[in-house]
Design a protein around this ligand. Structure first.
Ligand code: NAD
Length: 310
C-alpha cells in the first residue's frame, strides 16, 4: 500500500492556511490536493489531513490524520468497525502550551492581566501590597504528564517552582518531584497553588474536576485548563469562583466553544480566558508537515504508523 493522493481539508484553516501545508508537502512522493469540503474530491484521496470531522469521511478515505492532539471529536467506534486508520498530532505542543501555561502563572502572580485590562482605560492603578507574588517557590500540580504535561513541568521547574503531577503509571518524570496516581487526585491538588489539566477528554476524565475537587483545592489556588472543556464541570467552576472557593483560573478550553458572550467567566475576577489558542504558533504547519511526511513514508514501507489512535 502507498498513498497516491493526499487531501488537505479546508478545516485546517482554523490553525494555519491550507496552502502553507500544501507547499511544504510539495516534494512528497504523492499528489497533495486542497480538497475544500467536497465529498467527491475527498473520495479521490487515500489519506486526508483535517481539523474537523465530517460524516462523509467514513466512506471516502482509509487514513485520516487530525492536526490536533485531542481526538474526542472523531467517532472512534465507527472508525474501528469500518477499518479507518486515525493518527493524531500529539508530541508537538510541549513548547507552545508549556510557554502559554508559564505565561498564565506569571500573569496571575505578577498581575500582568490586570495591568493590561487597566491600560485599556488609561488607568494607573497600583496593586494592593499583598496582591502580587512570585511563582518561584510556589507549587504546581500537573494532571496528565504526556506531551503537554511534560512541557509545562519542565518550564515550571526552570522557573523555580515545586512541581508535582498525576499520572497513571508511577515512573518518575523529569522536573516532577512527586508523582501521584489518579485515585490520589485530591491529595495531589489540595496543596498546590496552581493545578493544570493536561489530560485527554475520555470517559475517565469527563468532569474530572467538579465541586469536590474545587473544594479540595486551596482557596488561594488557581485552576488552569489547557486540556478540554469537558474535563471540568464548568458550572461548578463558575460557582467555585463566585463563592471564592478558589482564587481564579486560566482557561483555554470550554464546554462550548466559542465561549458564549454571556458567560460569567469573561469578567470574573482573576480569570484569564484565551480562545483555544494555547498551542497556536506560526510554525504549526511545519510540525504537521513532519508528522504527515513520516506516516506517508511508513505507509509506503508497510510499517506501524506514528501516533496511531485507531
Ligand atoms: P498525550 O497523549 O501526550 O498525553 C496525555 C497524558 O494524559 C498521557 O500521559 C495519558 O497517560 C494521561 N492520562 C490519560 N488519562 C489520565 C487520567 N485519568 N489521569 C492522569 N493522566 C491521564 O497528549 P498531549 O499531547 O499531552 O495532549 C493532551 C490533551 O490536551 C489532548 O488530548 C488534547 O485534548 C489537549 N490539547 C489541548 C491543546 C490546546 O490548544 N489547548 C493542545 C494540545 C492538546
Amino acid at each position: 500500500d502507498s498513498i497516491q493522493r493526499l487531501g488537505v481539508h479546508e478545516s485546517v484553516s482554523a490553525v494555519f492556511p491550507p496552502e502553507r501545508l500544501d507547499a511544504a508537502l510539495a516534494d512528497l512522493d504523492a499528489e497533495v490536493e486542497l480538497v475544500g469540503d467536497d465529498p467527491d474530491r475527498v473520495a479521490d484521496c487515500d489519506g486526508l489531513v483535517t481539523f474537523a470531522y465530517r460524516d462523509y469521511f467514513v466512506d471516502a478515505v482509509e487514513w485520516i490524520h487530525t492536526i490536533q492532539a485531542g481526538y474526542d471529536r472523531f467517532p472512534l467506534e465507527t472508525f474501528e468497525s469500518e477499518g479507518i486508520v486515525l493518527t493524531n498530532s500529539t508530541g508537538i505542543h510541549d513548547d507552545s502550551v508549556g510557554e502559554t501555561v508559564a505565561g498564565y502563572m506569571l500573569s496571575l502572580a505578577r498581575r500582568l492581566h490586570t495591568y493590561a485590562a487597566n491600560q485599556q482605560a488609561r488607568e494607573w492603578d497600583r496593586p494592593d501590597w499583598d496582591e502580587p507574588f512570585t511563582i518561584a517557590g510556589e507549587s504546581l500540580c500537573v494532571v496528565g504528564l504526556g506531551t503537554l504535561g511534560r512541557g509545562i513541568a519542565e518550564r515550571a521547574d526552570a522557573l523555580g517552582m515545586e512541581v508535582t503531577g498525576v499520572r497513571r503509571t508511577p515512573e518518575p518524570v523529569p522536573g516532577v518531584e512527586e508523582v501521584y496516581s489518579p485515585d490520589e487526585l485530591h491529595d495531589a491538588i489540595e496543596e498546590a497553588k496552581f493545578v493544570v489539566l493536561a489530560v485527554p477528554l475520555t470517559d475517565d476524565t469527563r468532569n474530572l474536576v467538579g465541586r469536590d475537587e474545587l473544594d479540595a483545592m486551596a482557596d488561594d489556588a488557581y485552576l488552569l485548563n489547557v486540556a478540554r472543556g469537558g474535563v471540568v464541570d464548568q458550572p461548578a467552576l463558575v460557582d467555585a469562583i463566585e463563592r471564592d472557593a478558589i482564587a481564579g483560573a486560566a482557561l483555554d478550553v470550554f464546554e462550548n466553544e466559542p465561549l458564549s458572550e454571556d458567560s460569567p467567566l469573561w469578567d470574573a475576577d482573576d480569570v484569564i480566558v484565551t480562545p483555544h489558542a494555547a498551542a497556536a504558533t506560526r510554525d504549526y504547519f511545519r510540525s504537521i508537515d513532519e508528522l504527515v511526511r513520516e506516516n506517508v513514508a511508513r505507509i509506503g514501507a508497510d510499517e506501524e504508523l506514528h501516533n496511531r489512535v485507531i
